[in-house]
Write a protein that binds this ligand. Structure first.
Ligand SMILES: Nc1ncnc2c1ncn2[C@@H]1O[C@H](COP(=O)(O)OP(=O)(O)OP(=O)(O)O)[C@@H](O)[C@H]1O
Ligand code: SF4
Ligand SMILES: [Mg+2]
Length: 322
């Protein structure tokens, strides 16, 4: 399968004050030399716990923030600061954020919200734009579209708002959608509908998704391949069923066991590999998972490379776990 997007050695460090009264600085290696590619028509999942660098990766791809180093290729073109390529990327690669309330301006009409990207990218005449907005509303099944068109966000529920966000992302006919925890703030009752809709649209239009989540069950529902991030690094990549059924990295294993905690058959195993809270001191030295890892050996004081561990599979660990 051909690639639509690829990321090579992407890196972003943040420097922050250790405390409000402290003058010493702390470096956060939010994204630290990660590489992956997204194939055409594929759903690639980026998973990992809070603070692992998922959102920062999305922002770096869209150049909402400048990377310290590394490259992003979109449709075989390197995206740098040149505005021509960046404009193309921003039109063809849309992002959906977690919070449908923060993502849309409450004072704008639904029609204007969805039309905005068409205006920014100067697509179509006024009449054509109107038609595109109606089509997008129908695509996300907000009907009757003509009625929704004139409404304001406060007249809609959380699930409907996230459909508006999806409609706005779709209206420019993007090749890639980066969905950053798109359903985590919605009521449980509407999550499945929104995910189903996303999957349907993906299949219908052959859009490629980067689906960012820490929820492995929805990841498995939507995704074909998965990358697991831990403290700015990708620690494991591979086809989603294989990674989730036979994890090769202790952190992936711990994530999976954390969700099967309720399963009595898994209780013992969960206890066995329960992970510790990370120690702040030297997390960036050697394997970043070391202070929480039940398998750690002396060698883990070095940084493990992301190596091939099977067909289409990579893992960054010195120990072979099964
Ligand atoms: N602008 C910033 N300035 C300083 N630190 C930042 C900034 N943005 C992110 N970080 C830090 O970088 C790390 C990665 O953050 P990021 O938001 O990418 O994580 P995430 O995986 O998306 O987490 P979550 O699941 O909570 O959304 C965190 O430690 C975060 O505090
Ligand atoms: S490299 Fe060592 S510390 Fe890191 S995950 Fe593997 S066994 Fe654990
Ligand atoms: Mg995030």
């Amino acid at each position: 399968m051909e690639e639509i997007l690829s990321v090579q050695n992407l890196t972003k460090y943040f420097v922050t004050k250790k405390g409000i009264f402290s003058s010493s600085e702390k470096i956060i290696k939010a994204v630290d030399g990660i590489s992956f590619s997204l194939k055409k028509g594929e759903v690639f999942v980026l998973a990992g716990e809070s603070g692992s660098g998922k959102t920062t990766t999305a922002r770096l791809i869209l150049r909402a923030i400048e990377p310290d180093s590394g490259t992003v290729f979109f449709d075989d073109v390197e995206i740098g600061k040149q505005s021509k390529n960046l404009d193309k990327l921003r039109m063809q690669c849309q992002i959906i954020h977690q919070d449908p309330y923060a993502a849309i301006n409450p004072r704008m009409k639904i029609s204007d919200i969805i039309m905005e990207p068409l205006e920014i990218h100067k697509i179509g005449t006024r009449q054509e734009r109107k038609k595109m907005v109606i089509d997008a509303l129908q695509e996300v099944r907000l009907e009757p579209a003509e009625e929704i068109y004139d409404k304001y966000p406060h007249m809609l529920s959380g699930g409907q708002r996230q459909r508006i966000v999806l409609a706005r992302a779709l209206v420019t006919k993007p090749k890639v959608i980066i969905a950053d925890e798109p359903v985590s703030m919605l009521d449980v009752s509407v999550r499945a509908e929104v995910l189903e809709l996303m999957r349907e649209l993906q299949e219908k239009h052959g859009i490629s998704y980067i689906y960012i989540t820490h929820d492995l069950s929805t990841a498995r529902y939507l995704g074909q391949r998965i990358a697991i991030m831990y403290l700015g690094k990708i620690v494991e990549v591979g086809p989603i069923d294989e990674v989730l059924l036979h994890p090769r990295h202790p952190y992936t294993q711990a994530l999976i066991d954390a969700i099967s905690e309720a399963d009595p058959e898994n209780l013992n195993r969960y206890k066995e590999i329960r992970i510790n809270e990370p120690l702040d001191a030297d997390v960036y030295q050697g394997c970043r998972f070391r202070s929480r890892c039940p398998y750690a050996i002396e060698k883990c004081k070095d940084e493990p490379p992301l190596d091939e561990v099977g067909k289409d599979r990579l893992a960054a660990c010195f120990v072979k776990i099964d």
